[in-house]
Design a protein around this ligand. Structure first.
Ligand code: ARG
Length: 468
């Protein structure tokens, strides 16, 4: 055995069946330590629960259980302090931990693996990892929603253009815009809550996939780990990765929402729009064009969205066509899982700070919205109020807009005589409708952009945010 093949004399867990050591390059190719070390806390937590149960059930003695648990707790400390040698030759994080346990407490360490397999371990670790990651992501989304609420609350007097097809459509309160995103992120939180119901199962005791002849108490390990219950079917417990797919799908939707929001920030901070200003601390410059102030953070959030979509396609493709039950392909689930989790969490957190670091150009929005053609819907609705069928009202208003454009005037600047040439029902009260303020004030339908409706929405969100 060469020095490198001897793996510093550490034996792989399955080595005894083979007379030749595993090929060095094949081992390097199959090792996941570089990636799955991130599960060390979850793996140790799972092992402690399993050993506690083994001791309680008399599968190992209480003393052995105590000794193993103390060893595992020490190892967690060593990890926390960066004192563990992450030797890739040990194949994966489960083996790194078991090997270290053996170095610390001797052969009794081998009892930790009674009635379990790395298949159960990795499935349970992933569920524990998802538990804490979902909770971090939810709290980051809540923080973002609090910022959006604060913005909506403090900008109730600001009117801007609402767009469809990126064409000015109708004036809306900017608060209404912020609250629209708040709703989307709220659904993202609900989606995480919902998928957590399916994460909430322990896989410990599946014993590779068929169950064990040892009297394992899988309800006990599940409850020690804070899961609602264990699996019902041991083969299902270790075979599927649908919860990872669901989680990355939820991340993809969060990123899609962030990316659309980021796109608005990028557009609105441009010289062409100039609706908002990024603080210097959240802008980048150009190495050649000294005047540049770029929205790189928003662009990177938009860019990372593609990365997370890629992670989703990655895991979906890995799982497609795998025969039941475990296959080593499934080890490749962790890079997309960790990447999607980190990219999404980082993006939500930085985006929250980005929004806090923007200032709305109130004066510019006021000047731009004042006499804009986006008031045209007001004329159409005014005519409807005067009993004109909407189709006709729309046609008449279209002609009024064409007239205004041809005569280079604005809707509020046209005389009543001119208005009357389009429809005799138009009276001088038309002018009261032709301001951005009256446009939003006149909205009566529930959930609209009227100040009263926005106030109602704010009250609802205030109560909701105080519960989270
Ligand atoms: N590193 C492996 C994974 O992530 C752990 C399970 C190994 N199981 C096995 N039968 N080789 O999937």
């Amino acid at each position: 055995m060469s020095e490198s093949k001897a793996s510093k004399n550490k034996e792989l867990l399955w080595q005894s069946r083979f007379s030749e050591p595993f090929d060095e390059e094949a081992l390097k190719f199959s090792s996941s330590v570089e990636v799955d070390w991130q599960l060390y806390k979850d793996d140790i937590q799972g092992s402690i629960a399993h050993v506690t149960m083994l001791g309680e059930e008399g599968i190992i003695s209480e003393e052995e259980a105590t000794q193993i648990i103390a060893g595992l707790q020490d190892i967690e400390q060593e990890f926390d302090n960066g004192k563990i040698d992450l030797d890739w030759r040990l194949e994966d994080i489960h083996t790194v931990i078991e090997n270290r346990l053996k170095e610390k407490i001797g052969d009794v360490a081998g009892k930790v693996h009674s009635g379990r397999s790395r298949n159960d371990q990795v499935a349970t670790d992933t569920r524990l990892y998802l538990h804490r990651t979902i909770s971090d992501l939810k709290s980051a989304l809540n923080d973002l929603n609090q910022t959006l609420y604060n913005r909506a609350e403090s900008h109730q007097d600001v009117i801007m253009f609402g767009y469809t097809h990126l064409q000015r459509a109708q004036p809306i309160l900017i608060s209404h815009y912020y609250l629209a995103y708040l709703e989307m992120f709220l659904r993202d939180i609900e989606r995480l809550d919902d998928l957590y119901k399916r994460v909430n199962r322990s896989a410990l005791g599946a014993a590779a996939f068929a169950g064990s002849s040892l009297p394992l108490n899988i309800n006990r390990t599940a409850s020690l780990l804070g899961f609602e219950s264990p699996f019902r079917n041991s083969t299902d417990a270790i075979s599927d990765r649908d919860i990872i797919i669901e989680f990355i799908s939820a991340c993809s939707i969060i990123m899609m929402h962030l990316s659309r929001f980021a796109e608005d920030v990028i557009l609105w901070s441009s010289e062409e729009f100039k609706y908002l200003q990024l603080s210097d601390s959240f802008s980048t410059g150009s190495s050649i064009m000294p005047q540049k102030k770029n929205a790189d953070i928003a662009e990177l959030v938009r860019g990372k969205t593609g990365r997370v979509y890629g992670d989703l396609m990655n895991i979906l493709t890995i799982m497609k066509g795998l025969p039941l039950s475990y296959n080593r392909d499934m080890q490749e689930d962790k890079p997309p899982l960790f990447d999607a989790a980190k990219s999404t969490l980082d993006s939500v957190r930085i985006f929250n700070r980005l929004i806090q670091n923007t200032t709305i150009n109130r004066e510019r929005l006021k000047a731009l919205t004042e006499k804009d053609m986006s008031l045209a819907t007001e004329i159409a609705e005014y005519l409807v109020e005067k009993n004109i069928p909407f189709r006709d009202a729309h046609r008449i208003t279209g002609k009024i807009v064409t007239y205004a454009l041809e005569h280079q005037t604005s809707l509020p600047d046209m005389s009543l005589d001119v208005y009357k040439t389009f429809s005799s029902v138009i009276e001088s009260d038309i002018y009261a409708a032709l301001t951005p303020e009256s446009s939003v004030n006149r909205k009566k339908s529930q959930g609209s952009t009227s100040p009263a409706s926005v106030k109602q929405q704010l009250a609802w969100h205030k109560a909701k945010l105080s519960q989270s």
